[in-house]
Design a protein around this ligand. Structure first.
Ligand code: ADP
Length: 482
């Protein structure tokens, strides 16, 4: 039997120390396990006050099952043999409820080194136990979501081995579930693609989105594009966390996008020639019929010319959109006075518009920009302002200079149907139109704002909107002055 050097304090001193340990239940027993002292902490944790428990067996704080299995006796024997007994288990309170606690049992000796009993220190760990159980529950829950998900998704253990994955993940990589579970992800992935980029990304970041991976297809010799996103989950004070990974095959979407792009490009190219031919023949017909035709024929010829002009504009717009989308736009920047350009555009539009275009604030600052492209953007903003304010009669333009930022702001204000906040976010996307009931009856392709925004972005700026969705809108952008 080994002994420990247990300090030989006076009983009062011993008692004082015990009373001060409020978070720990500390009590002493005699050699038979009958409680001889009981501190405040033990009262808090177990519910018995000192007077009622002293004289009773300490077995009372064990569960029925542990008592049956003689756990209290084993603890004392272990303490005697090893100098201390230690374990974690459920204990029972006075009211019968159970709680998880760690227990330390020491033999107690008197001044003559005679064994007189035991000291037990009990620490309530129910919070920790509960937290651990909750994490375990959450892990199981996540596992079941992952396993039943229709998307390729998986949970990795902290050591990057596969914990669980959805059927579609195994299908995507043509893997056998039982064969790869618990294997390292990169080892598994390297059977079908080069996982180096993913490895590096996971080493550098706990979370990331849409990392592009090329997935060669052996059967078809094609390459698929996968977007991988990762997030660290279930990290607690005790565990180092797991990773949740999703894989998205975007090959089909990308192909579709490219096909749309190609179609728009080809269609607009192919349309350009016939349209200009129609235009030329119509002009020729006009000349041939000069003096011979009547008003009605002249009117029809004018309409054909107008419509072919519209078609021409549309094909140019589509070509521009394709070019911007493919990044094939070269800007011809030159210095010019922005006010002069705005005046030119306003005068041209005013010729055919019913609205009055009023310049409120003006400035003659110069900017360095692509004049024709900026003209395209401004024209679009002013024609939209007119188009979407059918019941108003005024458009206000402002050129405001910010001396501090050395920039000029062009704003176009209308008093029309307005744009709700919800719609404002998407309007600069291609083919995007607001769902305002009144806007639905107004012709348009939803391409002008996209193009205008791309033009302004190419000048390191952006178009912004102010509108409360009812009382008109203000569109504005800034350009650096020189
Ligand atoms: P289009 O006018 O050809 O549809 P745009 O890209 O120029 O295309 O505009 C996109 C959408 O934004 C329009 O369909 C319209 O719903 C909305 N919009 C643009 N300018 C205004 C404006 N000044 N007032 C209200 N709505 C507008």
């Amino acid at each position: 039997m080994s002994t420990i050097n247990y300090p030989h304090f006076s009983l009062d001193f011993h008692k004082n120390i015990l009373e001060s340990l409020e978070d720990y239940g500390v009590f002493t027993t005699d050699k038979q396990g009958i409680v001889t002292s009981w501190n405040k902490g033990a009262e808090n944790v177990l519910g018995y006050v000192e007077q009622e428990i002293c004289g009773q067996s300490a077995k009372i704080i064990f569960t029925d099952e542990d008592r049956k299995n003689e756990i209290p006796e084993h603890e004392f024997t272990e303490a005697m043999e090893k100098g201390r007994g230690q374990d974690e288990r459920y204990h029972q309170r006075k009211d019968g409820s159970l709680f998880w606690a760690s227990g330390l049992v020491f033999p107690l000796y008197d001044n003559d080194q005679k064994h007189i009993g035991f000291t037990k220190i009990l620490r309530n760990l129910s919070n920790r136990k509960q937290a651990e159980e909750e994490v375990l529950e959450a892990r199981k829950y996540a596992q079941s979501i992952v396993e039943t998900s229709k998307e390729p998704i998986l949970i990795l253990n902290a050591d990057l081995s596969i914990n669980s994955a959805s059927k579609s993940f195994f299908k995507l990589f043509n893997l056998d579930k039982h064969e790869v579970e618990n294997l390292n992800l990169f080892e598994v992935l390297s059977r079908s693609l080069d996982p180096q980029a993913l490895k590096e990304q996971m080493q550098s970041y706990d979370s990331f989105e849409n990392l592009e991976l090329i997935h060669p297809q052996k059967e078809t010799d094609e390459e698929h594009i996968l977007l991988v996103s990762s997030r660290k989950v279930f990290q607690t004070f005790k565990s180092i966390g797991q990773f949740l990974l999703t894989f998205e095959d975007v090959t089909f979407g990308r192909k579709l996008e490219q096909a749309k792009e190609d179609f728009m490009n080809i269609a607009s190219h192919e349309l350009k020639t016939p349209i200009s031919v129609i235009r030329s023949y119509t002009q020729l017909l006009g000349l041939e019929l000069k003096g011979k035709s009547n008003d009605r024929v002249n009117k029809i010829l004018k309409r054909i010319l107008h419509q072919s002009d519209q078609l021409n504009k549309l094909t140019s717009l589509l070509l521009d959109v394709s070019a911007f989308n493919a990044g094939n736009i070269n800007l011809n920047k030159e210095p010019f006075v922005l006010l002069e350009l705005v005046l030119e555009i306003a005068a041209e539009i005013a010729e055919t518009a019913n609205h009055q275009i009023i310049l409120q604030e003006i400035s003659d600052v110069r900017v360095m920009a692509d004049r024709a492209r900026i003209a395209q953007a401004i024209t679009n903003l002013i024609t939209n302002a007119i188009k979407y304010s059918p019941d108003a009669d005024t458009i206000h333009l402002n050129l405001q200079v910010d001396e501090g930022k050395k920039s000029v702001r062009l704003s176009v204000q209308d008093y029309g149907i307005g744009i709700s906040l919800h719609n404002q976010q998407d309007l600069f996307k291609r083919f995007s139109r607001s769902n305002h009931t009144k806007a639905r009856n107004i012709d348009g392709f939803g391409m002008g704002l996209y193009l205008s925004q791309e033009i302004i972005k190419a000048h390191q700026s952006q178009i912004s909107i102010i509108s409360d969705g009812e009382n008109g809108s203000i569109f504005y952008f800034d350009l650096d002055v020189i």
